[in-house]
Design a protein around this ligand. Structure first.
Ligand code: PRX
Length: 657
């Protein structure tokens, strides 16, 4: 197993922090939840499902035909009604659902009654455009309220949405549209990022204009007011179509297993996987975990998850979890450094944010900018801090606790994945004595373990592969259109035991607490975003000057990992200059999106290969991380590494250019 050497010492951490007394006394979930869930996990999840409003109660909690699960069989509900109408009906219509803050500083507070009306209008509009139950709707929007409104409108009419992060290229968008055969796209003219208006509609045009594209209708939100190309047979303005609709919409209840959304994520091949989530189980777990892990109190808390809606964190912990719990939350469009590096803390101060959920990459960036910046703002409203997306190193954890949390907020380090749908491993803030850098323990109702190559649990103190040993309500149901890949990717590695293979390495410390160590496959984690090495390699070799490419994730002090590419040029191309490197980096951004731009590209004469022709990425990672080379005797040509090592000491363009 390969593991990130920078993380291998983590589990020797000895500091721990007990929950603040006041929080522990009033916590939504106490220690007894573990025993209750252990006694009968299915009854436990049924109890949590009862927190929702069902049109028809289920007959059976779980139908498990490994690896295919059906939860709450026979039950039906409407997910949007659970996130909206239910709160209005209970007299909470005037409560703010979203405090939206645009990057340029425009503000909009939307109550649950207003949000419900907007979602009803959007649902009516989609129906008028011809969207039917089961149709896939692509959403490619910036972080504006219409993103959440669109998702909920889709959920309301039973049309699974597929949100694509606005930073993905037209090519990535097109692949996703084609894979799920989507006839409808919701986008905007653009959004604001780092003080400028970025374009989105033109990317959708490029995808929709491609030969054989299934796209028939594009609904466009006006956000920036910039000019956009317009195809009158296909394109419609949101304000023309949605605003004139009725704000009433009779919502149908759908089967608990009705598809809610498809979200694409990188796997170990070049083709992203469409992760399918369904309705009842997903909402049960995201709702419960938001309630339990963030100790969310609807009457008093102001919650802020800084993720983008284009990632699973935005789906589960901006839209479905918090809204099912009637949360008041902040939604921010832009970047943390626009117009100044205190923007996040200004938002916390202005809205009185009590629960903050962000990523280690952001925390490390704030560390770099310096503790004086947050110290200029009043952060005393905060009472709990969350972390997600990648392992959090103890230094960043301690800094977060001290400089943001004023030394009195519990930190919940939450491990989960696009595939798990909801949080799986995390401290419980009123129960757990937290340790800097450890996600610690599977939540009540969740069964996780660390096993060795043969699937045997490792003892305390040991390391191996993280597995999930029992089905859970928010688990992915399959990969869209590819049951075989679903079985192969997640269930074949430990098929004898029937375990779900998460793709992460982990350790158990002497107390049995879990420490996540990063991916063990060819998936990189850049700023908490998953990108596969193969995806970047195939983008590189699609450039006419590139013959062969190998990509590795190298430890990076801010982004967790950075992409380092080794490239062999085609015969006749002996350019090695900075211009070519820049051209290749831009090419990857064009093919996949700016998030996939390599931090560093090395033009090399050869790649290290075994005699059977397999690229030895371990060696490339050693080079990229400036380590002494490990064993090179299995290389077909051991001198290759000297050639590469010599070359790498030359120019290193930064990822910012
Ligand atoms: O490697 C783990 C890492 O992120 C992967 C999941 O990525 P994605 O599906 O994009 O979802 C990210 C947000 C849930 C995991 O396989 N990861 C996520 N959270 C943590 C983590 N690694 C360590 N600690 C975490 N808290």
């Amino acid at each position: 197993m390969t593991e990130n050497p920078a993380l291998s010492n983590l589990s020797h951490e000895t500091r721990h922090f007990d929950p603040p007394e006041e929080l522990a006394e009033q916590a939504n979930v106490g220690e007894d939840a573990y025993d209750e869930a252990a006694a009968d996990p299915l009854v436990f999840w049924e109890t949590q499902a009862e927190r929702l409003e069902w049109a028809q109660k289920w007959d059976t909690a779980l139908d498990w035909d490994p690896p295919f699960a059906k939860w709450f069989v026979g039950g039906s509900l409407n997910v949007a009604v659970n996130c909206l109408d239910r709160h209005v009906a209970a007299g909470r219509g005037d409560k703010v659902a979203i405090h939206f803050e645009g990057e340029p500083g425009d503000k909009r507070s939307i109550t649950y009654a207003e949000l419900t009306a907007e979602v009803c209008k959007a649902a009516n509009a989609l129906t008028e455009l011809g969207v039917q139950t089961g149709d896939r709707v692509m959403i490619y929007l910036p972080m504006i309220p219409e993103a959440a409104i669109s998702m909920l409108a889709c959920a309301r009419i039973g049309a699974p949405h597929s949100v694509v992060f606005g930073g993905f290229s037209p090519e990535s968008l097109r692949n996703r549209i084609d894979d799920c055969g989507s006839k409808f796209v919701i986008t905007s003219d653009g959004g604001y990022r780092r003080g400028a208006a970025s374009a989105l509609k033109s990317n959708v045009d490029a995808a929709a204009d491609a030969d054989g594209s299934p796209v028939e209708r594009i609904l466009v939100v006006r956000r920036t007011g910039q000019d956009v190309d317009w195809n009158p047979d296909r394109d419609l303005w949101w304000h023309d179509v949605v605003d004139r609709q009725s704000d009433r919409h009779e919502a149908e209840a759908f089967d608990a297993e009705h598809p809610l959304f498809i979200l694409y994520t990188s796997g170990t091949t070049a083709k992203p996987k469409g992760i399918l989530h369904t309705s009842g189980g997903y909402l049960t777990q995201t709702s419960y975990t938001h309630h339990a892990v963030f100790d969310h109190k609807a009457e008093t808390d102001v919650y802020w998850c800084t993720a983008d809606i284009g990632w699973v964190t935005g789906h589960s912990y901006i839209v479905y979890g918090p809204m099912s719990n009637g949360a008041t939350q902040v939604m921010y469009e832009g970047t943390p450094d626009t117009p100044h590096q205190g923007r996040f803390w200004e938002i916390v101060q202005n809205y009185g944010v009590t629960l903050l959920y962000t990523a280690p990459t952001a925390i490390r960036t704030f560390m770099k900018w310096g503790a004086e910046i947050p110290s200029e703002f009043d952060l005393s409203s905060l009472r709990l801090l969350g972390s997600v997306g990648e392992p959090i190193n103890p230094e960043a954890w301690m800094w977060y606790r001290e400089h943001i949390g004023g030394d009195n907020c519990p930190i919940v380090d939450t491990w989960w994945q696009t595939e798990t749908g909801g949080i799986m491993i995390s401290p419980l803030p009123g129960v757990t004595s937290t340790k800097p850098g450890s996600a610690q323990r599977a939540l009540p109702g969740i069964s996780a373990d660390v096993v060795d190559e043969s699937g045997q649990p490792v003892p305390n103190g040991g390391g191996g592969y993280l597995v999930l040993t029992e089905p859970w309500p928010a688990m992915l149901r399959t990969i869209w259109g590819d049951d075989e890949r679903f079985k192969e990717t997640y269930w074949s590695r430990f098929s004898k035991q029937g375990y779900y293979f998460a793709g992460d390495g982990a350790k158990k410390d002497d107390d049995g607490d879990l420490w996540l160590l990063g991916r063990v496959d060819d998936v990189m984690n850049i700023s908490g975003h998953r990108i596969s090495t193969t995806e970047v390699e195939s983008a590189l070799v699609s450039h006419p000057k590139v013959a062969e490419a190998a990509v590795v994730g190298a430890t990076d002090p801010t982004t967790g990992q950075g992409i380092v590419a080794f490239v062999i040029l085609r015969g006749g191309n002996d350019e090695e200059g900075a211009d070519l490197v820049k051209e290749l980096r831009n090419h990857v951004a064009k093919e996949i999106g700016p998030i996939a731009k390599p931090r560093q590209i090395m033009i090399v004469p050869e790649l290290p290969k075994t005699r059977s022709g397999k690229i030895m990425r371990r060696l490339l990672r050693d080079v990229a991380e400036n380590r002494d080379l490990g064993d090179v005797t299995t290389l077909a040509d051991p001198t290759v590494m000297n050639m590469i090592g010599d070359g790498l000491k030359s120019d290193k363009p930064s990822a910012e250019e």
